[in-house]
Write a protein that binds this ligand. Structure first.
Ligand code: ATP
Ligand code: MG
Length: 648
């Protein structure tokens, strides 16, 4: 495998940004952020133009972040109204349902305007006003986008809760945000099964104020109980509501949404994003990272319950007048070719997914990819965790056919948009590296222990960001002190990402995973991602998660949870072989001490492995697993506990 993959000459020639332009723009964005962002801030429409650009301090005790603070705008007008003259009849959203036999829908910008305005009028009729919070607990249906944009239209703050979350998790978020209403559906089809959203909402609302309204989309027609005075048939109300709803003027720093993080490292945090800077950043990254051009069909496979769905299904693409695809289903239903079938059906040009999905599909064999015509694809993207070279190679060869650049985008719920990512026409890719910073982002590598800034190009440590960028979160909902404590207290004057990283001699960044995922074996520090990547490179292994556990001699031992490829038998011989394999790939120090066969791994709905749970089980301390409300399939945890390897 070569180490570096430049885009083709043809791709570079058509790209928004080539390498010379990247260097020039990046330098300008750092040397004079006010001028740079003052210019790029104009990519969106302002009701009252801003005169101030950046106003931010990371000083502990005074952390305060503002962008374009005296400007006013409306986010939904930016995502819809301003496109109508030119693109009223262009498809804004392609909706692909869970069941491939159900027809897909093409929603034009004009229809998006009508539906959003109708829903906004229904919300208003229920007494929802500017600044009020609304919970969205919906399947991946067009109403999810209408609901987000309807809130934005009237200046209400939405908070989306994954459709897979439990009633408890939902109740926490309703109460935590002080929401006045919940928008939900009867049920959510996913992979041929149904989640009873309305029933879950009924249970959640038992723990909430009885003033909370419940707006229900009758999507599947499943029977639900109806509480009169509280429950509202949303589609019926929309049908009779006016299609005219003038957008409310909001300040650049008025909140657009609250989104609770996936909780893979602790209790979920209510991340607050505001209107102006977020929209500038989401739209600019969507256009440049994916090299989106007018007329392209863009597909981000995330759920809107994840920040990726906010920035790259809804706000970024729609602010750019793009055609964005929204998929209700899962990659393996009705078969492992579904992603590729949808790409072929809708002639998708940019495809953006997570390594966990790639690995799962890789485990099913290549015949599923080969069956479908993927010639429309121009670019592939990855997000959520470092992509191991094995998966990168498979994605590149079998999906991209070696001709699509792969952008590996490092970012967080907290960052609003991409932070470190290749720009495909400008930065050749190295598999497994997120490459270089986006405009305005100043990454620094600090020594984890001494906090010293590493000035040599090749360096290793923790990843911090030196100054603010427009998409940055502004606070944690109702808890500014926790915001400062969680992100600014560890390394004074910096935003701390929580991630470790290495910068190579070419200035490329390699994210090595959460700092709390670093283990120390006999005095050697190593990222668990490296061991996982070695395990996954073995042909029998589909997925692996590695954690440390207390070891008498080594300090910490290596505990690996391994999911095997379909049809591979878990045997003791295979265990020995895997240990030998890792020794050969990395060295004896990285040999797993314990390997547990894991039919499934505990994951958040966004596909992230919840290592803190695996750590507890490996430590034989499974009584207090903490908040597991965000787990996609809680049942896998019971199996792991039952078959745990460390019973000391
Ligand atoms: P919580 O903060 O509650 O633990 P979370 O961090 O899992 O939740 P997200 O904001 O969705 O929630 O995830 C951001 C994290 O995902 C990053 O900090 C990083 O660890 C990882 N990540 C995302 N994209 C990449 C990438 N391209 N390469 C490497 N790591 C990535
Ligand atoms: Mg995080």
């Amino acid at each position: 495998m070569p180490d570096i993959y430049p885009a083709s000459d043809e791709f570079v020639a058509n790209a928004h940004v080539d390498s010379a332009k990247y260097e020039e723009m990046y330098a300008a964005s750092i040397s004079d952020p006010d001028t740079f962002w003052g210019e790029h801030g104009k990519r969106i429409d302002w009701i009252k133009p801003f005169t101030k650009v950046k106003n931010a301090t990371f000083e502990l005790g005074k952390v305060d972040i503002k962008w374009f603070e005296d400007g006013t705008l409306n986010v939904s007008a930016n995502c819809i109204d301003r496109h109508i003259a030119k693109r009223g009849d262009q498809t804004a959203i392609i909706w692909e349902p869970d069941d491939p036999k159900t027809p897909s829908q093409h929603i034009t910008y004009r229809e998006l305007l009508e539906n959003t305005s109708r829903m906004a009028n229904v919300l208003k009729a229920q007494g929802i006003e500017k600044g009020d919070r609304v919970i969205i607990y919906l399947p991946m249906i067009p109403e999810a986008a209408y609901a987000m944009l309807a809130c934005a239209r009237i200046g209400a703050i939405h908070s989306i809760v994954f459709a897979g979350f439990s009633p408890d998790a939902l109740a926490d978020r309703i109460n935590g945000s002080g929401a006045k209403a919940v928008i939900t559906a009867d049920s959510a089809p996913r992979g041929g099964r149904r989640t009873p959203l309305k029933t879950n909402t009924d249970k959640a609302l038992q723990h909430c104020s009885d003033k909370v309204k419940c707006l229900v989309v009758k999507h599947t027609g499943d029977q639900t109980t109806w509480v009169s005075g509280r429950d509202i048939d949303l589609r019926a109300e929309m049908a009779s509501a006016s299609t005219d709803c003038p957008p409310t003027e909001v300040g650049a720093e008025d909140p657009l949404f609250i989104l609770y993080t996936s909780g893979s490292t602790g209790k979920p945090k209510g991340v607050v994003h505001t209107s102006g800077g977020y929209l500038v950043y989401a739209s600019m990254t969507q256009q440049m990272t994916f090299d989106y051009h007018d007329g392209d069909v863009f597909w981000c496979t995330a759920d809107v319950g994840w920040v990726t769905g906010h920035s790259y299904i809804v706000y970024g693409p729609l602010a750019n007048g793009a055609t964005t695809l929204m998929f209700e289903g899962v990659p393996t239903y009705p078969d492992a070719g579904r992603f590729w079938e949808v790409c072929a059906k809708h002639k998708v040009n940019q495809f953006y997914t997570a390594p966990t999905a790639i690995r799962a599909l890789m485990g099913q064999g290549t015949e599923w990819v080969e069956k479908h015509d993927l010639s429309s694809l121009k670019l592939l993207g990855s997000v959520g965790e470092p992509i191991n070279p094995e998966a990168w190679n498979w994605y590149n060869t079998h999906v991209g056919k070696g001709r699509c650049p792969i952008v590996d985008t490092f970012w967080q719920t907290e960052t609003g948009g991409h932070m470190i990512t290749s720009l495909p026409g400008a930065i050749p890719n190295k598999p497994g590296s997120a490459t270089k910073p986006f405009f305005g982002v100043q990454p620094e590598v600090l020594d984890a222990a001494t906090a010293e800034v590493q000035t040599r190009t090749a360096a290793e440590g923790v990843l911090c960001i030196k100054d603010s960028w427009p998409g940055q979160m502004r606070t944690l909902w109702g808890d500014h002190a926790r915001f400062e404590e969680a992100y600014f207290s560890q390394y004074k004057g910096y935003y701390f990402t929580g991630d470790g990283c290495r910068r190579d001699e070419d200035g490329y960044y390699w994210i090595t995973g959460r700092v709390d995922d670093v283990i120390n074996v006999s005095g050697h520090r190593m990222g668990t991602a490296e061991v996982e990547s070695a395990l996954v490179a073995h042909e029998a292994v589909a997925e692996a998660a590695v954690v440390g556990y207390p070891h008498d001699i080594k300090g910490q031992g290596i505990y690996a949870y391994v999911t095997l490829m379909n049809g591979v038998e878990p045997t003791d011989d295979l265990r020995k072989e895997l240990v030998k394999w890792v020794r050969a790939e990395i060295g004896p120090i990285a040999s797993p001490d314990l390997i547990q066969w894991a039919p499934g791994l505990p994951k958040t709905r966004s596909g992230k492995i919840m290592r803190r749970i695996l750590r507890k089980i490996a430590e034989n301390d499974y009584g207090a697993l903490g908040d597991i409300s965000t787990l996609a399939e809680p049942a896998v945890v019971d199996d792991l506990i039952e078959n745990r390897m460390n019973r000391a």
